[in-house]
Design a protein around this ligand. Structure first.
Ligand SMILES: Nc1ncnc2c1ncn2[C@@H]1O[C@H](COP(=O)(O)OP(=O)(O)OP(=O)(O)O)[C@@H](O)[C@H]1O
Ligand SMILES: [Mg+2]
Length: 360
């Protein structure tokens, strides 16, 4: 998958910006708060119709404006198409080659992207919700049917909770039954995905860290095949609290290093390597799914990795023919030789300036 061009209009602080990314590496550099991450976010938006940051659609529109538009030219399996995402208030309208996209599945696989950002590293330390969100986002990128099952479960959960809040058990069984059906499907998606990812994460970690420690990634579901039984058991507490206490909405992902919890046992560097390995595993998985590599968006790379690690990562991505877009506040930590054939852009108060290839 390739992004050959992108244009942003009134997207966050980017009033009007155009970018022609290199097939290999595009480097966006600039001071803090200039719009670098916003640009990566817009690229991701083209592929999924959503932001990778946990924000609402109106936040993506430039302040004081009613609409924002992101248009991108992509090459998928050698076929060119144009994706357009229009944002107006809470509304999103996506077209591919001028034709409205009705279902998420129609956009699916045109421009998949994997993001590695400082927020991702924080996922190790944060609560289960962040990891669950990550897992579901990754699943969604690779599997169009996932979204339907995901929404089905959360819709049912909302209905069941609404009923519980009324304190009535009339009709509760119907919702519980539906929750079990959709919840079982959701758990199955997550279980399968994590199982596929595990050996890939281990391979990448080994290569990145070059060390003997072994890492593990495990699905930590709140519930299991006894979900129905568990729901019945907490029926009384659920009614009292007015919310559903058990189910996949409480699932977690476990990250382990040599059998210990990565959060408390792993060093900062080990935690970073783990998350990067997880992201590269996601990349492998998407490549297997779509038959070509997705894009890799590396946000604020120099704050996450040292010079040598950046070099190794970019080398690896180049060998895999992955199109990469990097943001950084400084080009200092980045090996100029490595970036000879890459495109360099400066981001300054929401404007983009092409600076050719990286000076040596
Ligand atoms: N809806 C919006 N309208 C206008 N400006 C916005 C909007 N949303 C965010 N911004 C502005 O965008 C800027 C942040 O952009 P971004 O996060 O891309 O910065 P950055 O270049 O990645 O900085 P850093 O190096 O600190 O990560 C902020 O100055 C913020 O005020
Ligand atoms: Mg940023």
């Amino acid at each position: 998958m390739l992004l050959t061009g992108i244009r942003l209009d009134q997207y966050r602080n980017l009033a009007a910006a155009e970018l022609r990314p290199s097939n290999q590496i595009t480097l966006l550099h600039g001071l803090n708060g200039q719009g670098k991450t916003n640009l990566l976010e817009a690229i991701y938006l083209l592929g999924t119709g959503r932001s990778f940051r946990n924000v609402k659609t109106p936040d993506l529109i430039r302040q004081g404006m009613d609409t924002a538009v992101v248009t991108g030219q992509v090459l998928t399996g050698g076929v060119a198409s144009e994706i357009k995402v229009q944002l107006a208030g809470k509304q999103r309208r996506v077209t591919v080659d001028g034709k409205p996209v009705q279902r998420a599945a129609e956009l699916h696989g045109k421009l998949a992207a994997v993001v590695f950002s400082p927020d991702d590293t924080a996922m190790v330390k944060q609560g289960p919700e962040t990891r669950r969100r990550y897992l579901d986002r990754a699943l969604y990128t690779g599997k169009a049917t996932f979204l339907r099952d995901y929404h089905e479960y959360y819709r049912t959960l909302k209905q069941r909770n609404a009923l519980l809040r009324c304190g009535t058990s009339d009709g509760l069984d119907v919702w519980s039954e539906q929750l079990v059906t959709s919840g079982t499907r959701l758990m199955e998606h997550r279980r399968q995905y994590v199982a596929q990812l595990l050996p890939l994460v281990q391979q990448h970690y080994q290569r990145l860290a070059g060390s003997r420690e072994t890492v593990e990634l495990a699905y930590a579901p709140d519930s299991d095949h006894r979900f129905q039984e568990q729901l019945e058991q907490c029926r009384v507490t659920d009614l009292r609290r007015g919310t559903t206490g058990r189910g996949p909405h409480r699932d977690d992902l476990a990250f382990m290093i040599d059998g210990h919890d990565l959060k408390t046992f792993g060093s900062q560097g080990q935690q970073r390597s783990f998350v990067l390995a997880l992201k590269l595993a996601e990349l492998d998985h998407l490549q297997q799914t779509f038959g070509e590599p997705p894009l890799m968006l590396l946000d604020d790379i120099a704050s996450e990795l040292d010079r040598e690690r950046i070099h190794n990562l970019l080398d690896f991505l180049r060998q895999r023919q992955v199109q990469v877009v990097i943001t950084t506040t400084t080009t200092v930590g980045i090996d100029p030789g490595m970036l000879q054939q890459s495109s360099l852009y400066r981001v300054d108060a929401g404007t983009l300036t092409y600076e050719g290839s990286v000076p040596r």
